[in-house]
Design a protein around this ligand. Structure first.
Ligand SMILES: Nc1ncnc2c1ncn2[C@@H]1O[C@H](COP(=O)(O)OP(=O)(O)OP(=O)(O)O)[C@@H](O)[C@H]1O
Length: 229
């Protein structure tokens, strides 16, 4: 079953502070992701991997093209529909945690479940399970993550992104700051999402992780804009 269909996306950036210079980034971006499949975007730095991920999630506007989820085109959907899709259909695990002051790591992780109406104690229990699995020392759970190390913050972020069940999940370098042991924990968590039928689109710079998780690698240099003759 196709979970996500991307058709003919094109993106350029207009540099308004640079006399309106237009920088084309990608064009003709088309691919589909099946339920239970993990597709990884590959290609050199600056080729447009992050831009594609952000377009698919609706964070970046596009020049043209469509992103279809459940028959809805996220690119042209109104903001309320985009929010509904993000609540129910498509999740995003970013590379960095947006730490909220005074909220404990446990509650940062539990929050997406609480927002969806899960009982707070139950959500915290699930959050604790994930943090334990990701080897975040229990003494840190009650503290706000603002002062945590890069790898600790990333693990809080991963736990927060994986605690809900979205049928589609964007993974933006979720293992970038992790040590080898925790990278393997994340590889295992991704395998479980696959088994649960989740369709994933990700960026992984770590080659070892990439080979373990990717069912298919899309080289985004194939979407480089053709220079006008
Ligand atoms: N907000 C922006 N404004 C202007 N140009 C941008 C913006 N975001 C990205 N770009 C440009 O678009 C191109 C693609 O960037 P992008 O971050 O998508 O590449 P990437 O393949 O993810 O790179 P990396 O592997 O280094 O993260 C780059 O040339 C970058 O300078």
């Amino acid at each position: 079953m196709t979970a996500l269909q991307v058709r003919d996306l094109r993106k350029s950036f207009t540099m308004h502070l640079r006399g309106g210079v237009v920088l084309p980034v990608v064009e003709n971006v088309s691919f589909a992701i099946e339920a239970g499949e993990c597709v990884v975007l590959g290609g050199p730095s600056g080729a447009g991997k992050s831009s594609i991920l952000k377009m698919v999630y609706g964070n970046y506007g596009v020049d043209s093209g469509s992103v279809l989820i459940d028959g809805i085109n996220l690119v042209s959907a109104d903001p309320r529909t985009v929010l509904t899709l993000r609540r129910d259909a498509i999740g995003y695990v970013s590379q960095f945690l947006r730490a909220v002051p005074r909220v404990s790591a446990l509650d940062v992780v539990a929050e997406p479940l609480v927002i969806r109406g899960v009982d707070k104690a139950e959500a915290q229990a699930k959050a604790g399970e994930l943090l334990a699995r990701l080897n975040l020392p229990e003494r840190l759970w009650a503290l706000p993550p603002a002062t945590f190390s890069g790898g600790e913050q990333q693990r809080v972020n991963i736990a927060r992104g994986f605690i809900t069940h979205h049928p589609i999940l964007m993974l933006d370098e979720p293992t970038a700051s992790l040590d080898a042991a925790n990278r393997q924990v994340v590889v295992g968590m991704i395998a479980e999402k696959k088994a649960a039928g989740v369709a994933m689109l990700g960026i992984f710079h770590d080659e070892d992780v990439r080979t373990q998780v990717a069912d298919r690698i899309i080289d985004v240099t194939g979407f480089a804009p053709k220079v006008a003759a």
